[in-house]
Design a protein around this ligand. Structure first.
Ligand SMILES: Cc1cc2nc3c(=O)[nH]c(=O)nc-3n(C[C@H](O)[C@H](O)[C@H](O)COP(=O)(O)O)c2cc1C
Length: 178
C-alpha cells in the first residue's frame, strides 16, 4: 500500500503511552507536519503550544476539566493519558476558519505520528476548561498570541496500548451525485 495511505488507514487513537520522551528531532518532524497543514487564505494563524508531559500546567488543566465534570464523574485517566508530549493548538478568536485550520493541523500531526511509529490522541474534552473562567490564566501559561483561544489538542508518544482503527458504514456516509 502507498505509505501515506497506510498511515491514514492504520492510525487509531492511542489511550496509553510509554514513559519514553519523544526525541527532539522526531518532535520537530511532528511540529513541521502541523506547520505544513493548509490554512484558509494561507493565513497560517494557528499557534502550537508544545507541552512536556511533566509540565505542571497539564495537571492544572486536568483539575479544571474535572471541576467542570464534577469530581465524582471524572474519568480515571487524565485527559492526555500520561503522554510525554501534548500540543495545544490555539487560533484567532475572530477568524472564522481557525477551528477548521486547527483540526486539519492536528490530523496532519496524527498521520505524521503514525508514519513515524508513534501514537496520538486528538483531544476535545478540555474545551470548557480552557475556555472557561481560567481562560486568561491558561492563555498566558500556554503562550497564546493575543486574542487567541484553545481550538484543539493532541497527545503524542510511543504507544503502550494498541487499538484497531475505527470501522465505518461507507454506504451511509457517502453519496455520489451525477
Ligand atoms: C475533534 C475530536 C475531538 C476528540 N476528543 C477526544 C477526547 O477528548 N478524548 C478522547 O479520548 N478522544 C477524543 N477524540 C478521539 C475520538 O474519540 C476517536 O478519534 C474516535 O473514537 C475514532 O477512533 P480512532 O481515532 O481510533 O479511529 C477526539 C477526536 C476528534 C476528531
Amino acid at each position: 500500500m502507498n505509505e501515506a495511505l497506510r498511515a491514514i488507514t492504520e492510525r487509531s487513537s492511542t489511550r496509553g503511552y510509554q514513559k519514553e520522551k519523544i526525541a527532539p528531532e522526531v518532535l520537530e518532524q511532528l511540529i513541521k507536519a502541523g506547520l505544513e497543514a493548509p490554512t484558509a487564505a494561507n493565513k497560517q494563524e494557528i499557534h502550537f503550544s508544545v507541552i512536556d508531559g511533566e509540565a505542571a500546567v497539564l495537571q492544572e488543566i486536568e483539575d479544571e476539566k474535572n471541576r467542570g465534570f464534577g469530581l465524582e464523574q471524572a474519568p480515571p485517566n487524565n485527559f492526555y493519558y500520561d503522554a510525554p508530549t501534548v500540543i495545544i493548538v490555539s487560533g484567532d478568536k475572530n477568524f472564522a476558519w481557525s477551528e477548521l485550520d486547527a483540526g486539519i493541523a492536528v490530523e496532519n500531526i496524527a498521520i505524521a505520528a503514525q508514519a513515524l511509529g508513534l501514537g496520538s490522541l486528538i483531544i476535545g474534552c478540555v474545551k470548557n476548561a480552557l475556555r472557561g473562567e481560567k481562560e486568561a490564566e491558561f492563555a498566558k501559561k500556554l503562550d497564546y498570541p493575543e486574542g487567541y483561544e484553545y481550538k484543539i489538542a493532541i497527545a503524542l508518544g510511543y504507544k503502550a496500548t494498541e487499538k484497531e482503527p475505527h470501522t465505518y458504514d461507507r454506504d451511509k456516509q457517502v453519496s455520489f451525485i451525477q
